[in-house]
Design a protein around this ligand. Structure first.
Ligand SMILES: *[C@@H]1O[C@H](CO)[C@@H](O)[C@H](O)[C@H]1NC(C)=O
Ligand SMILES: *[C@@H]1O[C@H](CO)[C@@H](O)[C@H](O)[C@H]1NC(C)=O
Ligand SMILES: *[C@@H]1O[C@H](CO)[C@@H](O)[C@H](O)[C@H]1NC(C)=O
Length: 379
């Protein structure tokens, strides 16, 4: 099976901080790290993230050997990093806001990362269900447990390497953004809206298990994203069955967005339940749905045109998406650099859109409770 068909059929769906450099530091030999302003006053930030392509910083490429080609990466990294975007993802901007390095993919053995600021377990195409297949959420959690065990072994083996210690794991932030592929994959199976919605509690149970497992391991700081407006993605708009293709007034598929909202209502309730149940834990729920939907509805205000059309794709208006020629395929076109699009490849957002999403996340307006992103390294 070629990689492009795997992407479409098996769930591998395509699916601000500013670095402030101190003027006081001389230009001589200081390392980049020393030049960064310390946003975290109590301890160095450690983040473990779990999820899908919205957060994958190179895990798919490292884990399965798939190519992610240019023009992915063209606007910021100037080469492909395995991220499905032209530039940085939300998680990258959030790391920048703490002046910490981007998270290294857990599976990438070639980057020489010391993983001292955490690890990224998110992989393109991941979902909560089916469980126990690479790289479902429960597999990512098991990988984390392995990472943690191995860190302790390395630390006790005569301190051969600097690794995250027990306190580090305890005070780390555990970031989860998953669910988009669960909904997309279920709709793809030609089941009714009612059947999709009926499966949502099982998906949420997986997220609950993940949080509880991390908590039982000593973790207490959680940052949980809900899922975005699935029905506004050009890929979904291109592939939806006639029967379900009822659009809202902004051109998004009503049933898909309704399912996302049911998922999100359940996730919000789950977070509330876990706050009561898990003593001493801080569980921040972030409303990515409304944040992204606002961007689409008010796209003109933000300077974006054609909010439902992909920059990198094939077929032209209205969606510029063709599953046979996905972004990175030699026959796939791409918009001019600097053209303002929300959708990069029909599924993922552009760096320009991610910049706005991340800055709105950092505003805490969309968070419950309204806790700042740096709470875990400053408390
Ligand atoms: C981690 O270590 C614990 C305790 O030694 C053990 O019970 C558990 O199976 C290990 N888990 C992994 C994934 O290595
Ligand atoms: C999807 O399901 C409907 C009714 O359940 C059926 O009529 C249709 O042929 C199915 N389409 C595909 C592509 O399987
Ligand atoms: C995808 O593009 C090819 C080549 O232009 C075209 O033949 C095909 O019909 C397109 N597929 C869809 C679903 O539009």
């Amino acid at each position: 099976m070629g990689s492009s068909s795997l992407f479409q059929n098996s769930g591998y769906a395509y699916v601000i901080g500013v670095l402030i450099f101190s003027v006081l530091v001389s230009s001589s030999s200081s390392s980049k790290l020393q030049q960064k302003v310390n946003v975290c006053s109590k301890r160095n930030p450690v983040i473990f993230s779990f999820g899908d392509s919205n957060t994958d910083t190179g895990g798919l490429v490292a884990g399965l050997g798939f190519d992610v080609n240019l023009p992915n990466g063209r606007s910021f990294f100037r080469s492909s990093t395995g991220r499905l975007s032209d530039g940085r993802l939300i998680i990258d901007f959030l790391c920048e806001s703490l002046n910490t390095d981007y998270l290294s993919p857990y599976l990438d053995s070639m980057k020489g990362s010391d993983f001292l600021n955490g690890a990224n377990f998110a992989v393109v195409g991941s979902s909560t269900l089916p469980k126990s297949v690479p790289f479902a959420l429960n597999i990512q959690i098991m990988q984390f447990q392995h990472f943690k065990n191995h860190s302790f072994q390395l630390a006790t083996a005569k301190g051969l390497r600097r690794v995250i210690d027990e306190e580090g794991f305890k005070n780390a932030l555990y970031y989860i953004d998953i669910g988009q592929n669960d909904l997309a994959d279920t709709f793809r199976k030609n089941v009714s809206y009612a059947r999709v919605v009926k499966k949502i509690p099982e998906m949420l149970a997986e997220i609950k298990d993940a949080v509880k497992t991390i908590y039982d391991e000593g973790g207490k700081n959680f940052w949980i994203h809900n899922t975005g407006p699935l029905g506004c993605l050009p890929q979904m708009l291109t592939s939806v069955r006639e029967k379900l293709k009822v659009l809202d007034r902004h051109g998004c598929i009503r049933a898909y967005n309704d399912a996302a909202k049911v998922f999100n209502d359940g996730l919000r309730a789950l977070c509330a339940e876990l706050r009561t149940e898990l003593k001493g834990a801080t569980i921040v729920y972030v409303d990515i749905y409304n944040l992204k939907y606002d961007l689409i509805v008010n796209s003109n205000k933000y300077g974006f045109k054609s909010p439902l059309m992909a920059c990198c794709g094939h077929g032209g208006s209205p969606y510029n998406y063709n599953a046979s020629y996905i972004c990175g395929h030699p026959k796939c076109g791409v918009c001019e650099e600097g053209a303002k699009f929300i959708s990069w490849d029909g599924i993922h957002y552009t760096e320009a859109a991610n910049t706005i999403v991340a800055s709105n996340i950092l505003s805490t307006t969309y968070s419950t409770p309204n806790v700042k992103f740096d709470y875990f390294c400053n408390a």
